[in-house]
Design a binder for this molecule. Sequence first.
Ligand SMILES: *Cc1c(COP(=O)(O)O)cnc(C)c1O
Length: 464
Amino acid sequence: MTDSDVLDAAVRAARAYLAGLPTRPVGPRATLSELRAALGGPLPDDGEDAARVVAELARNADGGIVASAGPRYFGFVIGGSLPAALGADWLASAWDQNAGIYATSPAAAVVEEVAAGWLLDLFGLPASASVGFVTGGQMANTTCLAAARHAVLRRVGWDVEQRGLYGAPEIQVIVGAEAHVTIFGGLRLLGLGASRVRTVAADRQGRMRPDQLREALAATTGPTIVCAQVGNVNTGACDPTEEITALTREHGAWLHVDGAFGLWAAASPAYRPLVAGMARADSWSTDAHKWLNVPYDCGIAVVADSSAHRAALTATAAYLEKAADERRDPEDWTPEFSRRGRGFPVYAALRSLGRRGVAELVERDCRHARDLAERLRKAPGVEILNDVVLNQVLARFTPPGGGDADAFTRQVVERVQRDGTCWLSGTTWQGKGAMRISVSGWSTTAEDIARSADAILRASRSPS
Ligand SMILES: *Cc1c(COP(=O)(O)O)cnc(C)c1O
């Protein structure tokens, strides 16, 4: 057995998977018990041949592998992997760089520095902002909220990194009614409490209402953090960040923007107006593994006040200036210490697309989402529940003879999943059952949209 036998086995399996993406059923095929039977068993006493282990893993896992990297996966908000990003990700594994500090991988540190600059430029964020490459949106939100916690307490003379929250001035947290669940995950981890928040009502598209935020801020004194959102996981709607930044500025609150996928609107001249004003916030979180289409796991945390970011996250003493040195230690900006070189695929994705390519990716997926919505809307019994402003569509189905639309919509979702032409899931939007469609992949074509619309309409034509 040599390294190259193993890599050959991996390449063969990867090529077979990628080649099959346009035609394989999009959802999983194996049941839980089938997967356990195929992959389980006792730990072998003796090691097995590495190439065979990899080849058999690929074969035995296949029934439980989802074609989420393919062109007709519309579940959750999940992008595929751009070829350049996939290639760079393979290299990141082969190189096995520890991207924690400059000394362990100067190349990883510099690639992140360069990619960070490109991202700030694409999003129109301040060039002086700091960037951390984290595991995903959850950790990006947590990282940004840690910087926020530091900054709002520093302003009242409290060093939270050293003293914790014991006896600290209370922090008021204000969130939109549609805040993503990972905002609350971050608040929990940071000792800020998931249910201690003040919730601001949202409008029918799920956008935070500025008049309600104004009232909430008027009733709030002391250290305050506001969490806004661009890109609602159901509707794709973006909070009115122009008004929200003005209100939070006036109040002196820290404004965090969760833009796991919605921040990418800023990279397109056509969609930038949707997130106007968001660049004046204090922190932003986004994902690279969603709309930029890099492999998991890769999220991005951006903080305007880099001193707050660093003080909250660095593993060396907070407030301590490091020796004047040009080197960027990636661990200063993330909760982790040792970690993978996740800047490599981001760098490769951005270079392979270029500024125009990123904009086109965003615009193409939004166009596909609109097209799909229009195809569905024309059919009898189909209602589109959201304004399709970005890449998300919510559809609701009434049975041919009339009847319970919630139950029937669930049934249509299950039928589509079983059919395998495309994959999507269900949700409840403002009390109504809905099919949730997200177009986030780089490889989806107009033909994929037409085929998927046909499959969905086919599933909605037979009665419950
Ligand atoms: C997906 C998403 C998150 C969480 O991101 P992960 O990468 O899954 O951790 C947070 N906020 C919003 C709005 C999202 O869409």
